[in-house]
Design a protein around this ligand. Sequence first.
Ligand SMILES: C[S@@+](CC[C@H](N)C(=O)[O-])C[C@H]1O[C@@H](n2cnc3c(N)ncnc32)[C@H](O)[C@@H]1O
Length: 283
Amino acid sequence: MRNKSDRITEVIRDHWDWRASTFDDETGHGLFSDEQRQAWLDLLARLAGRAPRRVLDVGCGTGFLTLMLAELGHVVTAIDLSPQMIDRARRKAEQASLQIDFRTGDAVAIDCADKTYELVVARHLIWTLPDPQRGVAEWLRVLRPGGRLILIEGKWADNEAVARSYRHSRLIARFTDAAAAVLLRSDAALARTLLNRRYYGVEAQLPFSGGPTANRLATFLEANHVQDVVVEPLMDPILWAGESEFPRYAATGTRPPDPLLVDTAPDSRASTTGKSHVYDFSA
Ligand SMILES: C[S@@+](CC[C@H](N)C(=O)[O-])C[C@H]1O[C@@H](n2cnc3c(N)ncnc32)[C@H](O)[C@@H]1O
């Protein structure tokens, strides 16, 4: 029987599946010019260091970082919860004749041995996770000691605003769920769109919903055993195909040597809020 956590994962996966076909058309996600592409290649070459390294791109989406890291000569594995995202990423890699190991999988339960990778990267992923703490622990597990973690994130909305807009749409969500059930046979695409409203109920409760500020993420990473955390603003408009109206940054750090990565009691800052998260999945 599916438990609550499985149902939440399913809603999250369906949401990203639903967005896959238009994801690359959105500014802030896709690539729109050679100049933008070159700016990302330069940034990644600097952050990732000399190739070839064994790299894992978690929550790879349509392969934005994945393809460029492979192009830079790294040996890349890429995973995503959404089969539709992986499908698109795989097709793009085939078109570019790049060898990449794509897998459908969960960023917080990765199917690989400890200490497999020299570099773990994730762009715009941590805010999507119901349990980011578990995510970071998993990324440190698969990194070799001294290996590098690179998170590219931004802070585009405050969590309260996301939660407020969800509360207002809660009744509508109940109505659209019922309508979707009726439509499923006659208009599957519209039914999926309506069902996607369930995601907003989950999104409003994600610990980093709206994206973490750079300070909050840096404190969180340090409290979760990531060493040498450095934050670098990424505000060059070329990277985002236009001026970004909110802060964007890269947070990097390293996996400590084995004796330091032990099961210590979590620092109070290690959780995202200081309290445990209970998801209300009623809508
Ligand atoms: C905002 S998109 C970012 C995609 C890509 N990293 C990029 O920068 O274009 C978030 C991605 O994370 C994926 N995702 C969400 N939760 C995940 C999980 N638990 N495990 C793996 N991927 C996940 C989604 O399917 C989606 O592709």
